[in-house]
Structure formats: structure tokens, C-alpha cells
Design a protein around this ligand. Sequence first.
Ligand code: NZQ
Ligand code: ZN
Length: 387
Amino acid sequence: MNLDFTFYNPTRVHFGRNALEHLPEELAQYGSRVLLVYGKGAIKRIGLYDKVIEILKEGGKTVVELSGVKSNPTYTQMMEGVRLVRENKIDLILAVGGGSVVDCAKGISLSAHCKGDPWQRYWINFEEVDNEIVPVGCVLTMAGTGSEMNGGSVITNEEQQIKGGRTYPSNINPKFSILNPEYTFSVPKEQMVSGIFDTMSHLMEQYFTGEDDNTTDYLIEGVMESLIHSARIALQDPQDYEARSNLMWCATLALNTITRLSKAQDWEVHMIEHQLGAYTDCPHGAGLAVLSVPYYRYIYKDGLKKFVRFATKVWGIDAHSGSEEQIALAGLDALGDFIRELGLPTTLRELGTTEEMLPRIANSAVKGGGYRQLDETDILQILKACF
Ligand code: NZQ
Ligand code: ZN
């Protein structure tokens, strides 16, 4: 653990089949005016909306609703939520849905009392958050992003064609998150696998940096192992409670900052994917699935030892089966096989990308980089390899 760190995560998690029983005690800690944020209807179809409304009514809450939050939530929708918070003097924002709903709720929470233009201040300039935060609570219905236990809020500004966000200070983390794996049973297969790969990508973004002997890397390998194992079971039987509960907790662990402690971190695949999303509106995990193998093939020589470790420890490649380069590449082949096994797309064309979008995506993606610092030309080459 060579890099210093401070660890603090203020989200209280209630996990399991009866987790919703904790909602009344959580709600009791806040004032009476609640903004209920949700998506396009899944929570109504699974009967969760009625249950939550009943609990809110029993708790004496006045409920204002922001519904129809779309996947890859937009700044326009978020600002509609800001208006509702201001007009109704909201005490608590309750997000019921997937990562998009939770991110939208956190964006509203951050922006409602912002002095000045929130987009410019918090999503472009990454300024320090100096205003009051409206508390957020979460009832999660889809596993993948980890938004239920972190300070991330990824928002798309449609006018500017920028999808952006960062980890904001932990006071925008949900104050509480209710995680019942049974709510994820109804998630369509293409969304389930998108969430699984999002989790895998979060783990890889943190894993593929550094060469030191870091406990966090061992932890990440363990979470990857559980994720891959449970994904295979859930593919066969989406109603398998144990598999879905493992997938849900893997997703939370992958981005609740535990798996980044003392790590430099990469996040380049995410930076490219966010711009891909801004241009195509593709499911986040599907975009990551297309980009990952070509990106890692492009940079693996700069972190060769770690890619060998990934191949042998995560994918069980025989450490004596070839040169270091051959083993590292066999690990990336295994990652590609897993992507196909999940039924995820493997080309940008499948996501609706056109050739003329590629340079614009390459130019607008934020350049970070773990083992190698990339420029526009590098990113364009990677995008062409994915096309
Ligand atoms: O709109 P509804 O009706 O709710 O349907 C959703 C949506 O169509 C559906 N769904 C959710 N729960 C369901 C369900 N359908 C049936 N049964 C259920 N129980 O699934 C679809 C996708 O939902 P969405 O919330 O968009 O998916 P996800 O959780 O993958 O969130 C994606 C967003 O999170 C951002 C992504 O960029 C993207 O905008 N991310 C947020 C992060 C964070 N806050 O830390 C990190 C990630 O890297 C990511 O960038
Ligand atoms: Zn992600």
C-alpha cells in the first residue's frame, strides 16, 4: 500500500430480501417534503412504486415526482429536478431505479443550491462544491454502476455533446441505499450483462495501474472471480437469488472506493466510453465491452507484468504456457471470450457509431491513462480497431 489514502464512506447499506423494511426508519430522519425520482416505468411494472408510495404516505411525507429519467440521464432532466427541489423546498431526494436515476438524483442534490451555473462549475471546471447539498436516499433496481455507494454523478449535456462527471465529495453519496437483489430479477438480459461488464470494467480500471504488492489488487481479483462465476449462473438462471445478490454486491464493491485504495487508477476506457455515449446514447456497459479489449491490447506492453498476473490469476492461464507477452495476450483473449459469452456487442458499428464520429469522439474524450498516457491519435487508432 505505497500510496497514502483517507478512507471514508458515509452510505448506510441495507442489503437483502427484506431491505425495504428499513425505509421507514431512514425516512424518519428527514423533513416531510420528498422528491421521488424514477425512470421510465420499470418500478411500476415490478410493483415497487406502489410499495414505496405507501411507505412515504405512512411516514407522513408530501411527495413530488420526477419521472421518466432516461438511461444516460440528461442535464435538461436534471435541471427539471433542480426546479422541483427549489419550488417545493425539498428535504430529501429519493431515487428508485438504476444508476441513471441515482446519478440524476445526485446531480440535482449537488445543483439545487448552487450559486452560478452548475454544469460549468461542477461538470466542466470540477470546482469544489461549496453549497448546501440536498440529501439523497436510494432504492436500487439494477446492479452495475456502484452509484448506490459513491459520489459519482454522470450526466449528459445534449447540447454540448459532453457526457461527464467525477467523484464528488462524499457528502453527495446516498445517505442510505436499499439493495434487494430480487428487484433486479426483472432487468432485461441486455441490461443485466451491461451492468455485469460495467462492474468488470470498474475493477479493471483500478487494477491496471502500479506493480507494487498491494492488498487492493488481491481484493479486486477476488471480486472479479466472484463476478465471473455469478455472471455465468445468472445467464443460465436470472432468478438465482445467490448469483444476483453476488452480482449486486460485486457492483457496489467495485466502485465504493474500497477497490481503489492506494491505487493510481486508469479510467481511460470510461473516458472514451462516456464520449461514445454522448454521440450514440449506447448502454454504458455495452460501450465499455466494445472498447476494453482493443484498449488493453494497445497498452498491455507498458504494464506487462500486471497483464500476465491478470491472465494467470483471473483467467487461469498456465504461467508456463509461453512468453510473458503470449500469456498476457491469452488473458485478453479470455476477456474477449467472456464478453462474447455474455452476448455483449464487440464492434462500434453495433452501437450505432458512424465512421465520421470517430475523430470527434477521440478529440473530446478526456485523456488520463494508467500505464500509458494517450493522445487523440492513440484514441483514434483504438476506436478504429473497435469499429
Ligand atoms: O427507465 P426504467 O424504466 O427504470 O428502466 C431501466 C432502463 O431502461 C431499466 N431497469 C432498471 N431497473 C430495472 C429495469 N428494468 C426492469 N427491471 C428493473 N428492476 O434498465 C435500463 C437501464 O437503466 P440505467 O439506470 O440507465 O442503467 P445503469 O444502472 O447501467 O446506469 C447507467 C448510467 O450510470 C452511469 C453511466 O454512464 C450511465 O449514464 N455511471 C455512473 C457511475 C457512478 N455514478 O459512479 C459510474 C459508471 O461508470 C457509469 O458511468
Ligand atoms: Zn462504469
